[in-house]
Design a protein around this ligand. Structure first.
Ligand code: NAD
Length: 520
């Protein structure tokens, strides 16, 4: 039962960078943030600033000589302290009226909106996002705040249940306890913000362990939460190594749930660790784990090939292919295979790669040297497994650049068809017919996103029924899920299908309590 009237949710519009005034404002934001690069960030637990001395340095992947932020790293002892402190504050926070928490979240959305271009600039510098990718991300972060505020408003108070004669019957949602939030670097603001505010607005306390690649964006978001009125005790940003600090947080007996987004291997490990009962633990931990993808776009024999080329191109190479939803397999009907491949390769060769602060570049760098090495190894393997039709172009110096790479005639057993590469590498495979295309698309341990370009209503109907992915799109790209419209999450090894940005999501952070009162 909603307890306050809020306006209907609408997605945050994007800043239009084709307008000179907006371009100028973005240049100014880049300048402002550039002046703040290289600052040192201390840890803060329970209101106390802590310098551990051991530091994590994040760099600009477009210009690796540029330091973005220097962050003090938490130790396992501090991780334990953070959980104890979050547990101590939980009693107070969980009893804070939901309407107050909702108010804080709407305030956080308002502040993010005011600081939009500044956040864009931080994402350009620390995550290598192009202007437009950064803008899409801040808009998504604002959407998560606005959407989950409305969801908590809906879930606050007694829910409708059957009333037995002679009784007053109620069901209410209550928070779980201490949550550990572990986001990836590829949506360093939107995913971190989404998982954090879902935890907090539901009345849980949270410890947020950001990715080591993007800790500064996390620190900036923590500033916003404090400014919006979320109390120090309700959340702790705990920068540190995933392996040491992450393990301690996940295993702590007072941890009640883990909200993770990242790779399959880390997700499986967290799931396993969280399942083990620890001395003193009095619950089964809940794990919400969103993991990798090997997303396919099917191009049918009757598809509009030009539209399919644009859809695949954007899905495969937007943010350098580093989206869990990125298209890494194009499965193309034999009737249009050659035409599609030729047009796609020609378009890919026009893509400009370079520093992401320069808006003329369609693609920026990949996130790190280790990511670059791993992607290049896949490209070498791919050259043996198929035919290179685009790629191997000289990349600019000074950053972790890789040119858009397309490998054709790839068999479904090939590593580049089966394994998540997480870079600008697309495998193209020929299908005999639509049935074969569906079989190939489903030949994966993952099931996150997928798309079909087809003019056949019957083929689209078959895909709706049998293309086994959490987010399916017809005649459009397979990236760019919108909060509210496309609740996001995948099947099989892509995770627990939590459907972020959808009406089921907050329930994962709550538990239902039934109260029956005898009347008379
Ligand atoms: P990752 O698994 O390497 O790291 C994710 C987070 O886990 C980071 O914060 C990292 O520090 C932490 N971590 C690492 N080891 C840990 C441990 N032992 N215990 C606890 N935490 C640990 O993933 P990444 O490279 O940051 O992100 C890319 C991956 O995320 C890709 O596989 C991508 O598909 C996936 N992803 C999935 C979704 C989705 O919604 N399904 C969205 C974005 C990204």
């Amino acid at each position: 039962m909603a307890t306050a009237t809020l306006s209907t949710f609408v997605n945050e519009p994007y800043t239009d960078f084709s307008q000179p005034a907006n371009r100028q404002a973005m240049e100014q934001a880049l300048q402002k943030v550039r002046a703040e690069l290289g600052r040192e960030y201390l840890l803060r637990i329970g209101g106390e600033w802590i310098a551990t001395g051991e530091k994590l340095v994040s760099v600009n992947p477009s210009r690796t000589s540029e330091v973005v932020g220097v962050h003090h790293k938490a130790t396992p002892e501090l991780a334990n302290r953070a959980v104890e402190s979050a547990q101590a504050y939980f009693a107070q926070w969980s009893r804070t009226p939901a309407q107050e928490r909702v108010g804080m979240l709407l305030e956080a959305a308002r502040i993010l909106r005011l600081r939009k271009l500044e956040f864009d600039a931080w994402m350009v510098f620390e995550a290598g996002k192009t202007w437009i990718e950064a803008e899409a991300e801040i808009a998504e972060a604002i959407d998560f705040c606005e959407y989950y505020a409305r969801e908590m408003n809906r879930l606050d108070g007694p829910q409708p249940v059957v009333q037995l004669p002679g009784e007053q019957d109620e069901m209410v949602y209550i928070p779980l306890g201490v949550g550990v939030v572990i986001p990836p670097w590829n949506f360093p603001l939107a995913i971190l913000a989404g998982m954090t505010v879902a935890s907090l607005v539901s009345g849980n306390t949270a410890i947020v362990k950001p990715s080591s690649e993007t800790p500064t964006i996390a620190a900036k978001f923590a500033e916003v939460l404090l400014e919006a009125g979320f109390p120090e005790g309700a959340f702790t940003l705990l920068t540190g190594s995933g392996a040491s600090v992450g393990d301690v947080l996940v295993q702590h007996p007072k941890t009640r749930f883990v909200s993770f987004t990242g790779s399959r291997d880390v997700g499986l490990r967290i799931n396993e660790l969280a399942a083990r009962h620890q001395p003193g633990q009095i619950w089964i931990k809940r794990v919400i784990a969103e993991m990798g993808g090997k997303d396919a776009i099917i191009v049918d024999g009757d598809a509009d090939v030009d539209k399919a080329v644009e859809g695949v191109l954007f899905s495969a190479f937007g943010y350098q292919g580093q989206k869990c939803s990125a298209c890494s397999r194009a499965i193309v009907h034999a009737a249009v295979y050659h035409e599609f491949l030729e047009k796609l390769a020609d378009r890919a060769k026009t893509i400009q790669v370079g520093p992401s602060d320069d808006p003329r570049n369609y693609m920026g760098p990949v996130i790190s040297e280790s990511a670059r090495k791993s992607i290049l190894q896949y490209i070498e393997a791919g050259k043996q497994e198929g035919r290179l039709v685009a790629g191997d172009a000289p990349a600019p110096d000074g950053g972790y650049y890789i040119s858009p790479t397309i490998i054709a005639d790839v068999d479904s057993q090939a590593r580049i068809f089966q394994e998540e590469i997480f870079g600008p590498v697309l495998a193209v495979t020929r299908a005999k017919d639509f049935e074969h295309a569906l079989e190939l698309a489903n030949d994966s341990v993952y099931g996150l996103t997928g798309a079909v370009f087809s003019r056949s209503p019957e083929h689209l109907r078959q895909a709706k029924e049998r293309f086994h992915v959490g987010n399916l799109y017809f005649n459009r790209k397979c990236t760019g899920a919108m909060v509210g419209a496309h609740p996001f999450g995948g099947f099989n090894m892509s995770g627990t299908d939590s459907k972020a940005g959808g009406p089921d999501y907050l329930l994962l952070f709550l538990q239902a309590k039934s109260v029956a009162t005898k009347i008379g």
